[in-house]
Design a binder for this molecule. Structure first.
Ligand code: SAH
Length: 336
């Protein structure tokens, strides 16, 4: 709940309004026991215990990369489901990569998160807990959030929007929208809703292929929508918000990494002033795909640069801790 909502509840309970802000602040610091809220009176604490119930996720598994310190958490939720969160350290601060759903129904052919399908949406509080408890457990202050874990954020739109309000709240974690990226496989029906909210976040679009033939093969979300409609939706979003979109492009050997792909990608990127972020594919055991060779990656970058596209290659972190999305949850499931 937002402090404003808690205030209303407290008024109905006949409690003083300012108590709501105190409770919100305690919760934002990760306190999950009313007795730990020491500036509340004992009778109020007892009352809250009777009226509300608090939960915190449990660490089911935690792996720390020996090479770069990336931390991967597998959290157990109250219904026994599990989701992953990754904490990555950069010079400019710590970034947390959060899941937005338990599983995913988008079916991308190279992705581990989608193998068991969608189980359920995460609640706003569960996504918030990923950020909060990653910070508390790791001792690393989180300054940036990427919604790039398990799940499709735009398929859980309302809960994700509420999570953003919570995590951005000045009395809570107070993480600025400019420090948040939301990644989508291209659920274009939601782009207008998102643009309308006028958030200052970065929209990342998982493009991964610039033509319908290739994209529909590896991303079922493309079927019935199409690349042209996606690019048009991106242009509209950019025009409405003034916020540059970032195209994510996982380089898959022999699938989407030829010169033809690079030229078409460049055309799309230029047409919407998008930034291109190339990601060497993370091989997933259950999937047949391999990352592009370094030579192909270099040649691809050269084409994009010669076409005047703003391109970066994502540095690989956490390679020794299965840090790409869905892999850890998958492993735990297959052991059961
Ligand atoms: N559903 C959202 C966000 C979650 S996935 C989306 O599709 O954008 C986060 C990013 O990781 C996406 O760009 C996704 O395509 C990419 N990804 C998934 N599996 C991958 C893999 N095996 N290697 C590299 N990137 C992968």
């Amino acid at each position: 709940m937002l402090p404003e909502e808690l205030e209303k509840d407290f008024e109905t309970l006949g409690e003083q309004k300012f108590r709501a802000a105190q409770v919100f602040q305690w919760l934002s610091r990760g306190v999950r026991d009313f007795d730990g809220m020491t500036n509340l009176s004992k009778p109020l604490r007892e009352r809250l215990k009777a009226e509300y119930d608090l939960y915190m996720p449990k660490v089911l598994n935690k792996q720390i990369s020996a090479t770069d310190g990336t931390i991967k958490y597998l959290w157990e939720l109250r219904d026994g489901n599990a989701v992953e969160t990754v904490v990555m350290s950069y010079k400019h601060g710590n970034t947390v990569c959060v899941s937005s759903q338990v599983g995913c129904r988008q079916g991308c052919a190279f992705c581990a998160s989608t193998i068991g399908g969608l189980v359920r949406n995460l609640e706003p509080s569960e996504i918030l807990d990923e950020v909060m408890y990653s910070q508390i457990d790791s001792g690393k202050p989180i300054s940036n959030i990427v919604l790039m874990g398990i799940g499709e954020p735009l398929d859980n739109f309302d809960n994700v929007m509420r999570f953003l309000q919570l995590v951005n709240h000045p009395k809570g974690m107070n993480i600025g929208m400019r420090h948040i990226s939301l990644s989508t496989c291209g659920i274009i029906e939601r782009f207008d809703d998102l643009a309308q909210r006028d958030l200052q976040l970065t929209l990342s679009v998982s493009l991964h292929a610039p033509d319908d033939e290739t994209r529909s093969k590896i991303m079922p979300a493309n079927r019935g929508r199409g690349v042209d409609a996606l690019i048009a939706a991106c242009r509209k979003y950019y025009e409405k918000t003034g916020r540059r979109i970032s195209f994510e492009y996982a380089m898959i050997d022999g699938v989407n990494d030829t010169e033809r792909h690079a030229r078409l990608l460049a055309k799309h990127a230029r047409s919407v002033a998008a930034h291109v972020n190339l990601i060497p594919l993370n091989h997933v055991d259950e999937r047949p795909f391999q990352p592009s060779t370094p030579e192909h990656l270099r040649a691809f970058i050269k084409v994009l640069e010669s076409e005047g596209v703003n391109v970066t290659v994502r540095r690989k972190l956490g390679g020794d801790v299965d840090a790409s999305c869905g892999q850890l949850r998958r492993k735990m499931q297959s052991r059961q």
